[in-house]
Design a protein around this ligand. Structure first.
Ligand code: ZN
Length: 403
């Protein structure tokens, strides 16, 4: 009986982590210093990095760590918050994201009926058992339902499902997610928010402030309680705010908060992106796509549950309320836009889309090209600040090669 248990445990361990033994060698220009390199991956990890002065083979092909997107609502028609989510759909979205250079992402569920949130987290948790896609989903992001109910601040979240934080309820959601929720976006001004943040942080969940109208005092109290991030700074905010007392200044001026930004060319102006980047610096800025399920589909009008959405070539809108509902571009587009808006250069743009999220969420194997790190790499060209992903490697395996 004991032997059988050991055999079973060994089988389970083997089935949850797929490690390819085949050696992979790639060449190109290193994103961080423009030097020519040959990188070897073995057993899922980077095993060798050789420098060369000969750029003959791939003079225009860059190599960078795979992109990490901590806010993706869906992709290629798969809606993580939708009523029809399946394990197969999560696999489909993950594979489509590999083509866009995203090697790790946090599927993000937004405010909706708590039973639906639990159901979908259970599906995501099941999908995460698949050894092929597990390395690409380090955890989940819950955005809401503990956010501001006020118009503008709540953005596209449905008011009827918004509520004050409830620890017991959150525990139930976390249980349904098989403890997979590692990021929670919430409003610090809600009743009971500060003790709730303390409990989240103590349980290992990173708290990010978003869709809120918190005062300077409330933002500071949230930071003191352990909040570390501001979700898509400048969005999830009313169009008309007080010039002195608004949620932007206290989040911008607080060095303890890393800001995530949607630099897709539509959610923020050039001046906002430049200002946020200058205030936060390259070390405290994270790029996110906030991509909706419609990202990657043809433009047009789509019905999603209780609402109608309009997809333009670049962005998703709620026509009735005339507000942005989310983005339609993957994070690779944001890299080009942030480079164009800020002149930050490729090295810093990749840091904001890979190294920083890996560090913030202690994904120690990811976000950098070093011996011993996981073989999550992308090969791409970049011309006129437009990234073209040629090849994507996850866990040392080739998961995408452009035709
Ligand atoms: Zn949002």
């Amino acid at each position: 009986m004991k032997t059988l248990t050991i055999i079973l445990l060994a089988l389970i361990l083997l089935s949850t982590t797929y490690i390819p033994s085949e050696k992979k060698i790639i060449q190109g220009v290193l994103y961080s210093d423009e030097g020519f390199v040959t990188i070897t991956m073995e057993n899922g990890k980077i095993s060798e990095l050789l420098r060369s002065t000969d750029p003959e083979n791939n003079p225009d092909v860059y190599i960078a760590p795979g992109l990490i997107d901590v806010q993706i609502n869906g992709y290629m028609g798969v809606d993580f918050s939708g009523p029809d989510l399946t394990v197969e759909a999560v696999r489909k979205a993950t594979k489509a994201l590999w083509k866009a250079g995203v090697t790790s992402y946090f599927p993000t569920l937004i405010t909706s009926d708590v039973d639906l949130i639990k159901k979908n987290f259970a599906i995501l948790a099941e999908a995460r058992q698949d050894p092929e896609i597990r390395p690409s989903i380090p955890g989940f992001h819950l955005e809401g339902p503990y956010i501001s109910p006020l118009a503008g601040f709540r953005g596209a979240h449905l008011e009827k499902y918004i509520k004050a934080p409830d620890w017991d309820e959150f525990q139930e959601i976390q249980k349904a997610a098989n403890n997979g929720i590692i990021l929670l976006t919430m409003a610090p001004e809600l009743e009971g928010a500060i003790p709730f943040i303390k409990k989240c942080v103590a349980s290992g969940v990173t708290v990010s402030l978003g869709h809120h109208n918190g005062s300077a005092t409330e933002v500071q109290l949230a930071v003191d309680a352990g909040a570390k991030m501001a979700t898509h700074l400048g969005n999830g905010c009313a169009n008309e705010i007080n010039r002195h007392n608004n949620p932007l200044w206290p989040q911008l001026s607080n060095d303890a908060l890393t800001a995530s930004i949607i630099a897709d060319g539509f959610h923020l102006t050039r001046e906002e992106v430049r200002t946020f980047y200058k205030a936060k610096g390259v070390g405290n800025t994270i790029l996110v796509s906030d991509a909706l399920d419609l990202a990657g589909l043809p433009p047009g009008e789509y019905t999603r549950g209780e609402r109608t959405l309009v997809l333009t070539p670049e962005v998703v809108k709620l026509p009735k309320e005339n507000v942005l509902a989310g983005a339609a571009s993957p994070i690779s587009k944001c890299i080009g836009v942030v480079m164009e808006y800020t002149d930050c250069g490729l090295k810093n743009a990749i840091q904001m889309a890979s190294t920083n999220p890996a560090k913030l969420f202690s994904l120690n194997e990811l976000g950098e090209i070093e011996i011993g790190k996981r073989g999550d790499l992308i090969q791409f060209t970049i011309k006129n600040n437009r990234m073209n992903i040629l090849k994507t490697y996850v866990n040392g395996s080739l998961v995408h090669a452009q035709d």
